[in-house]
Design a protein around this ligand. Structure first.
Ligand code: FEO
Length: 169
């Protein structure tokens, strides 16, 4: 049984994961408008991952006999000026999400809520990958710039990304 406080924080995380999906779709739209269709695909797939994360929280709350709630979200930033700006913001956002997961874990540990601790471990590991992926692309975009063969090749590479639901659930 989840405490009211823990349930409320888990519900907040559903909101943040869906917000992340919208944020990345806004970034995908900018990339598509600038002709970077591979980068757009990268963010569309990333948005699918975020919805998958949100549904993990939704399903977990249900399994724990709790009550999942859909909360109002802020509008994500829609205007961007470069790929470097996008990946700087995406990396910053993933670090923010990692902070949220750590706070949730701290609360679950404080409450000795072992099922939630076990559930959140998946997200602790996932956030390592999420931050690494954004940081890696930020470094590549900085190095390649926005014109020339290099960025074209990277765009082409990112067009191959597809969503596969992670198996470790
Ligand atoms: Fe749901 Fe990108 O973390």
């Amino acid at each position: 049984m989840l405490s009211d406080k823990l349930q409320s924080e888990l519900n907040e995380q559903i909101k943040y994961e869906f917000f992340s999906a919208n944020y990345y779709l806004a970034m995908a739209a900018y990339c598509a408008a600038e002709g970077f269709n591979g980068f757009a695909n990268f963010f569309i797939v990333q948005a699918e991952e975020e919805r998958f994360h949100a549904m993990k929280f939704f399903n977990f709350i249900n399994e724990m006999d709790g009550r999942a709630l859909m909360k109002a979200m802020d509008e994500p930033k829609n205007e961007y000026s470069s790929l470097e700006e996008i990946f700087t913001l995406a990396f910053k956002h993933e670090k923010f999400v990692t902070g949220r997961i750590y706070s949730l874990m701290d609360l679950a540990i404080e409450e000795k809520e072992h099922a939630t601790i076990s559930f959140l471990r998946w997200f602790v590991d996932e956030q390592v990958e999420e931050e690494a992926s954004m940081s890696d692309l930020l470094n590549k975009v900085k190095r390649l710039g926005e014109k020339g063969e290099g960025i074209y090749m990277l765009d082409k590479e990112l067009s191959q990304r597809t969503f596969t639901a992670p198996s470790a659930e």
